[in-house]
Design a protein around this ligand. Structure first.
Ligand SMILES: [Zn+2]
Length: 89
């Protein structure tokens, strides 16, 4: 898993804003992100340890320890789900 920081997510956030990939919820902290370029979908998983957030994706960028826009797209949905949970709890 790759640690998410302000620095290493910046470029992926820009890519995500441009491409706006579709995200499907799979399970808690697990999402399926559909590529903006083709029909491929990538599974993205998250973990939280203390105050640090970690993410991983199945695509090639993630193999090189890079944060891809799939992780950012899924993270956006994950944050939204967490806030909904808090509201209904
Ligand atoms: Zn990816």
């Amino acid at each position: 898993m790759i640690k998410l920081t302000t620095e290493n997510t910046q470029r992926a956030i820009e890519r995500c804003k441009q491409l706006r990939p579709k995200v499907r919820f799979v399970a808690d902290r697990t999402f399926s992100v559909i590529s903006a370029n083709n029909d491929n979908s990538y599974t993205v998983r998250f973990d939280v340890r203390g105050n640090e957030k970690f993410g991983e994706c199945e695509c090639k960028a993630s193999e090189k320890a890079m944060i891809c826009y799939h992780i950012i797209a899924a993270a956006t949905v994950n944050i939204y789900r967490q806030s909904l949970k808090r509201q209904t709890a």
